[in-house]
Design a protein around this ligand. Structure first.
Ligand SMILES: [Zn+2]
Length: 341
């Protein structure tokens, strides 16, 4: 690996990002160019105002819902065409490799939030995304896959269409499904919701897709969502899950199941899921004590003004992880990746 890449040399030479949303990962100048090419009418007067609109500044706290609103109102809208998605996916993979030596990347998004409410054809959006992924993988010699996100605010029938598409494109590189969306009305993945999604997850697993679930992601939740997800959805991994650190049953179930957590430190700080680095250290320590496998990821590197390398440096500098533990988390990530070795 090149030593002239300017990346913190305490980091492993090859990183894996398991949790990164297309909606929060495209550089502002690229998103701006895509918006301009499509003749988008933006609410901002200059490029810099646009950057402010789509970036959550470090040190400022936003609720998970505010964070999702930025993605929904602007980035997802700008990305809602085949040409935009091809470029978005291509740019993210290249940038993660250049900035953080990410050689395995799992990109997630909801294709039905990219087709203008049915005005654009879903298959065209998916094919374009796969083209962008193939091109970047070829150019940089990295490996990638796509994960389709079910939305909590969608109907069962809509999520079922997403599952059908994921199965259809599995051989092309759509390797997993996820469940994402606002937790405000629905403070966590409640029992009845988990039961409603159980059938979709069972079908996904039977088709050979891998599964992950966003839960335990806000300070309002108690870890019950992690329990419900593990019991009914039986995912291979959990997105965030940090509230499990405060819930003994969730901790026990995580340990017994071996389910891997996808931690996203800056995201959890930005949404107030943990109030500061000290609390993040406490949470990670709880997982470490119970030998619960966890990984470090970015969630939305541009939305949060971070990169995987910055996430790692932050954890090392705060003495939350040692270099050995960091290397171990990336060994776990490679093993838990939906991309076959
Ligand atoms: Zn996420």
């Amino acid at each position: 690996m090149a030593k002239n890449d300017g990346i913190d040399d305490r980091l492993p030479t090859s990183l894996t990002d398991l949790h990164i949303h297309v909606g929060g990962a495209v550089a502002p100048h690229i998103l701006y160019a895509i918006a301009m090419q499509q003749g988008f009418k933006l609410p901002t007067k200059s490029y810099w105002e646009f950057v402010d609109l789509i970036t959550i500044r470090p040190g400022t706290t936003h609720s998970l819902d505010e964070y999702l609103k930025v993605m929904h109102e602007w980035t997802e809208k700008i990305q809602s065409s085949p040409a935009a998605m091809e470029r978005a996916v291509y740019e993210i993979i290249g940038k993660e490799y250049r900035s953080s030596r990410v050689e395995h990347i799992e990109l997630r998004f909801n294709p039905m939030k990219r087709n203008q409410g049915g005005e654009r054809d879903l298959d065209h959006i998916i094919h374009a995304s796969l083209r962008g992924m193939d091109q970047a993988c070829l150019e940089y010699g990295v490996k990638a896959c796509l994960i389709f996100c079910f939305a909590r605010e969608f109907t069962y029938a809509q999520n079922e269409i997403l599952l059908d598409k994921a199965i259809k494109y599995q051989a092309r590189g759509v390797l997993g499904i996820d469940l994402a969306g606002p937790e405000s009305n629905n403070l966590e993945l409640r029992l009845k919701d988990a039961q409603a999604y159980e059938r979709l997850f069972t079908r996904a697993r039977a088709a050979g897709l891998k599964t992950t679930v966003h839960t335990g992601e806000t300070s309002h939740t108690s870890g019950e969502g992690v329990v419900a997800a593990l019991r009914y959805l039986k995912p291979h991994r959990i997105g965030h899950g940090i509230r499990a650190a405060y819930h003994d049953e969730a901790l026990d179930m995580l340990k017994d199941s071996g389910v891997v957590l996808e931690l996203c430190p800056s995201s959890n700080l930005a949404t107030g899921a943990v109030k500061d680095l000290a609390e993040l250290g406490y949470v990670i320590n709880r997982f470490r004590e119970r030998k619960i496998p966890f990984t470090i990821n970015t969630d939305g590197p541009y939305l949060l003004d971070t990169s995987l390398a910055k996430e790692c440096t932050m954890l090392l500098d705060a003495n939350i992880l040692s270099t050995t533990e960091l290397a171990e988390s990336f060994r776990v990530a490679r093993q838990a990746s939906f991309i076959p070795s």
